[in-house]
Design a protein around this ligand. Structure first.
Ligand code: DX5
Ligand code: ZN
Length: 223
C-alpha cells in the first residue's frame, strides 16, 4: 500500500479546559499526517451534544492541520454549510441519517470540502456502492457512535475488508477510515485490512504523554 496512513486525533477525549494547549502540543510535535477529528453530536442521533460550530471556528483559528468533522446528527443537510464555513476540511455524514445521500454528498463537494460517508457497525458495506464514485472517504464505525472509550467491535473487520476491495475495484482514491476503540492492540488487524485513516481519542489523551501515544500509534501504521 503506497498511501500514507493518517492518524485523526479525536478531540472528544481532550481536556476541554485546556483545548488550545492540547491542540498546539500535538501540532508542534511535527508528527506527520495528523488530522484533528471533531465529533458533532445533536442529542438526537446520539444522546450527547458536542462540538458546535463556534468551537470548530475557534479550533480552525489555532491550527493549520486538517479538521475532520464527523456529523452525528439527524438531518445533516441543515448542518453541512455551517460546518464548511466554520472551517471543515472533511465533512462526514452517516448513511443512516441521509434520505438523499447522493445529493448530500454533492452539496458537500459544492462547498469545496472533502466528503466522507460513515457506516454504523450494523450497516452493510453495500450502502456505499452506489456513491463510491462521488466520495473521498468511507468511515467504518468500530463502536456504536456517541461516546469515547468504548470497546472495539471485532465483527466489523470483515466489512472493513469488503470496503477495501470495493475501493480498490471502483475508486482507489477514496480513503478508508475507522473510528472507535482504536488502540495499540486493535490497530494491527486494521492495518492488515488496509485502513488509511485511524481515528483515536482515548488512546491519545487518557493516559501518559499525548505525543508519545501518537508516535506509538503511528509507528504501528508503517509498512
Ligand atoms: C465516537 C466518536 C469517536 C470517539 C472515539 O462516537 O465518533 O470519534 O472520539 O473515541 P475512542 O478513540 O476513545 O474510541
Ligand atoms: Zn468520530
Amino acid at each position: 500500500m503506497a498511501n500514507k496512513r493518517i492518524l485523526s486525533v479525536s478531540l472528544l477525549s481532550a481536556d476541554f479546559s485546556n483545548l488550545t494547549q492540547e491542540i498546539q502540543t500535538i501540532e508542534q510535535s511535527r508528527v506527520s499526517d495528523i488530522w484533528f477529528h471533531i465529533d458533532v453530536m445533536d442529542g438526537h442521533f446520539v444522546p450527547e451534544i458536542q462540538f458546535g460550530a463556534n468551537i470548530v471556528r475557534a479550533i480552525r483559528k489555532i491550527t493549520n492541520l486538517p479538521l475532520d468533522i464527523h456529523l452525528m446528527v439527524n438531518n445533516p443537510d441543515r448542518q453541512t454549510e455551517i460546518y464548511a464555513n466554520a472551517g471543515a476540511s472533511w465533512l462526514s455524514v452517516h448513511v443512516e441519517t441521509c434520505l438523499h445521500l447522493y445529493r448530500t454528498i454533492q452539496d458537500i463537494k459544492k462547498l469545496h470540502v472533502n466528503a466522507g460517508v460513515v457506516l454504523n457497525p450494523a450497516t452493510p458495506f453495500v450502502m456505499i456502492e452506489p456513491v463510491i464514485d462521488a466520495i473521498d472517504m468511507v468511515l467504518a464505525m468500530t463502536v456504536e457512535p456517541g461516546f469515547s472509550n468504548q470497546k472495539f467491535i471485532p465483527s466489523v473487520l470483515p466489512k472493513i475488508r469488503e470496503l477495501r476491495r470495493l475501493i480498490d475495484k471502483s475508486n482507489p482514491s477514496v480513503l478508508l477510515a475507522v473510528d472507535g476503540g482504536i488502540n495499540l492492540e486493535t490497530i494491527d488487524d486494521l492495518v492488515a485490512a488496509g485502513v488509511d485513516v485511524f481515528v483515536a481519542g482515548s488512546t491519545v489523551f487518557d493516559k501518559g504523554n499525548h505525543v508519545v501515544n501518537i508516535k506509538a500509534l503511528k509507528a504501528k501504521t508503517r509498512d
